[in-house]
Design a protein around this ligand. Structure first.
Ligand SMILES: Cc1cc2nc3c(=O)[nH]c(=O)nc-3n(C[C@H](O)[C@H](O)[C@H](O)COP(=O)(O)OP(=O)(O)OC[C@H]3O[C@@H](n4cnc5c(N)ncnc54)[C@H](O)[C@@H]3O)c2cc1C
Length: 263
């Protein structure tokens, strides 16, 4: 049996490691880097089988496990999946079963994307900046603020459009005690490019930053899916489950068990 996996984040790597252990012929496709979204995390501490570590450290483990599995990795973006055939810009590949583990994409505010210093993932921030604005008030926003502080970014502001914080209380406390400035009920109305700086406009005033990290939620990110779906499985964050590593990996393992047992 030949299995194609799209996406080498935690879910895709879980599938690759799991299936190759059963001697199944596996190929994994990745459009960027092995490891997926978790590479951005300041600290991962909710997996009881792993000591608390940074997202980058976790990615190093995933990369190593994938290498050891001897699975073929093809660095191409999969554009469509149809009746067992994956299509990339350059090639078509046929498989008996396909696992789509393509994760999520950000909810965008296109009007704010005034230059390359407005980003949706921490790892895309420019290096060497001293002032960062973060828009959003969930785990990802507070995690990003802590990572920014750890990296020596002096001024970090979080803007929340309401007064509701959707983050683990410990992250919030740590961020606030590390000097992150938090603006409740202060939606960002406009962003302007001023060359070396970004100007942010809220109802309370104007602010200057060097970069803006937008953390306003994410939605499933699927390639075009057509035709027969019998041998097609969407796993991990792409399936719309809660955005947690353990769920992404556990869900993938359940699907792989079904594949192994021919269900
Ligand atoms: C800042 C941050 C902190 C986090 N911290 C935690 C935490 O502490 N604990 C926790 O449990 N969870 C955490 N998460 C959530 C966790 O990262 C996700 O739940 C997990 O990464 C989902 O894994 P996945 O493999 O389903 O998707 P992803 O990690 O999104 O991986 C998808 C992969 O597919 C690739 N891909 C996408 N489309 C294509 C295509 N068409 N062709 C080829 N490749 C493609 C992508 O490049 C990516 O590598 C955090 C997330 C963020 C952003």
């Amino acid at each position: 049996m030949r299995v194609g996996i799209v996406g080498a984040g935690p879910a895709g790597v879980t599938a690759a490691v799991f299936l190759s252990r059963y001697g199944i012929d596996v190929t994994i496709f990745e459009k960027e880097e092995i490891g997926g979204l978790i590479a951005n995390a300041w600290r991962v501490e909710n997996l009881p089988v792993v000591f608390p570590c940074s997202g980058e450290e976790l990615v190093a483990v995933l990369r190593k496990r994938l290498e050891e599995s001897k699975v073929i990795v093809i660095y191409e973006e999969v554009l469509s999946v149809e009746d067992g055939v994956l299509k990339t810009k350059l090639n078509s590949y046929g498989f008996d079963k396909l696992i789509v583990a393509t994760g999520t994409k950000p909810k965008r505010i296109e009007d704010f994307e005034v230059n390359q210093n407005v980003v949706y993932e921490f790892k895309r921030l420019p290096r060497g900046i001293g002032r960062l604005a973060i828009y959003g008030a969930g785990d990802v926003a507070f995690d990003g603020a802590l990572k920014a502080k750890e990296m020596g970014i002096e001024e970090v502001h979080i803007f929340n459009r309401t007064d509701r914080i959707r983050a683990v209380p410990k992250l919030v406390q740590l961020a606030l005690s590390s000097g992150v400035q938090y603006h409740s009920f202060e939606p960002v109305r406009r962003v302007e490019d001023r060359g070396d700086e970004l100007e942010l406009y809220t109802d309370d005033g104007r602010y200057q930053f060097e970069a803006l990290l937008l953390c306003l939620g994410r939605v499933p990110n699927l390639p075009v899916l057509r035709g027969e779906t019998k041998n097609l499985y969407v796993v991990g964050d792409a399936s719309g489950n809660f955005r947690q590593l353990a769920i992404a990996m556990g869900h993938t393992t359940e699907v792989c068990m079904k594949i192994v047992h021919g269900e």
